[in-house]
Design a protein around this ligand. Structure first.
Ligand SMILES: C[S@@+](CC[C@H](N)C(=O)[O-])C[C@H]1O[C@@H](n2cnc3c(N)ncnc32)[C@H](O)[C@@H]1O
Length: 339
């Protein structure tokens, strides 16, 4: 990577993470050097991460799109032809104070149009189910309250899902991403030896001539049927990296890290082992962590020092065997046990 303005950095043979402004740092990456990318942008107007003027969450309206638009064009430049970049987002609630009305904003659509305007192809999207009861307890949103249904349901509405929207750089992909799935990431799918034996038994009951697929094929098809679903209802919502330690004294609330299941599905689908995965908004390190854990190389940029320090701590967990690593639900359980 060419020299760029960075305050702190960790570079080793598995990952390179830099503390600084992604819009500066990305200029140091060579053209067509990234195989896959994934990130959650700051959701415009929803939550301010810091008071730095380079923090994209501090821009609103046209300024936000100008700032983010610059990054979107740079992402296109550094990505290889025919390869992909995934963006995690949600539709945004509007508020009476900020927007003048209670309703929703099509943030996902705005993202799609910004990527298309920069020259990306809109490739795919998946909706990720979110529990409305948990959302109501967290956000206290009127639109989800049962009390509102009883009083006047004209203001009631469904919970807001998450989405992964994925874009492809025009041109032919020169290195195929080949191979079958040999594991399942998520909950509730049996791809064990016993599951395979049951598939063979049930098939033969139906038709004595039944020719089962070999086990590796059966497993891969089942996994793909789940991943190909337009709605993912089988993501482990609390499987995230630890984030509580990242809060600094001015923060109003915790960062929401992206679930590792979501990242890992995308990394597995759209990159091969040994390839390079980029996230311009590293946060507490989730995307780089999963990429490295899955045998890819990770690159990440993060502006906020307390998040960057937490990303370093989270990435150090990769040096431990998987069964000894700490995740956010372990930290919560320990906190509850200490109380
Ligand atoms: C939605 S969070 C990403 C969380 C991440 N997906 C995770 O799981 O940890 C967005 C991040 O962008 C960072 N950010 C905002 N503006 C930035 C900039 N110009 N350069 C680098 N990071 C920036 C914020 O500090 C925040 O950590």
């Amino acid at each position: 990577m060419k020299k760029a303005k960075t305050v702190d950095q960790i570079v080793n043979d598995r990952y390179a993470i830099y503390q600084g402004d992604c819009c500066d740092l990305i200029k140091g990456l060579p053209e067509a050097s990234v195989d896959f990318g994934i990130h959650s942008p700051p959701f415009e107007g929803l939550y301010k991460f810091s008071n730095y003027d380079r923090d994209i969450s501090n821009n609103e309206g046209a300024e936000f799109w100008e700032h983010y638009g610059f990054l979107i064009s740079e992402l296109l430049r550094v990505t290889k032809a025919g390869r992909l970049h995934s963006v995690h987002c949600m539709q945004l609630p509007t508020s009476k104070n900020r927007d003048g009305f209670i309703g929703m904003r099509d943030f996902r659509g705005e993202i799609v149009r910004a990527y298309q305007a920069a020259g990306w192809i809109f490739h795919s999207e998946v909706c990720i189910w979110k529990d409305p009861v948990v959302a109501q307890q967290r956000t206290k949103s009127l639109r989800l309250l049962h009390k509102q249904i009883v009083k006047d349901s004209s203001l009631s509405g469904m919970g807001l899902a998450d989405y992964i929207v994925t874009f492809r750089k025009p041109g032919a992909n020169l290195v195929p991403i080949e191979g079958m799935f040999d594991r399942f990431i998520g909950e509730g799918l049996d791809i064990s030896q016993d599951g395979y034996a049951e598939y063979c038994r049930a098939g033969r009951l139906d038709d004595p001539e039944f020719k089962p697929w070999p086990m590796d094929m059966w497993r891969s098809v089942l996994v793909w049927q789940r991943y190909a679903s337009p709605v993912w209802t089988d993501i482990r919502q609390t499987r995230t990296l630890q984030y509580r330690g990242a809060r600094d004294h001015q923060d109003e609330q915790h960062i929401s890290p992206l679930q590792l299941d979501v990242i890992e599905r995308c990394v597995e689908l759209w990159s091969a082992p040994g390839e390079t995965v980029l996230t311009p908004f590293l946060g507490i390190g989730s995307e780089v962590y999963s990429a490295v854990d899955m045998g890819r190389k990770g690159i990440g940029f993060e502006l906020k020092p307390s998040y960057f320090r937490q990303a370093i701590r989270n990435l150090t967990e990769l040096d431990k065997p998987p069964e000894n690593r700490m995740f956010e639900d372990d930290a919560e359980t320990m906190e509850a046990e200490d109380a």
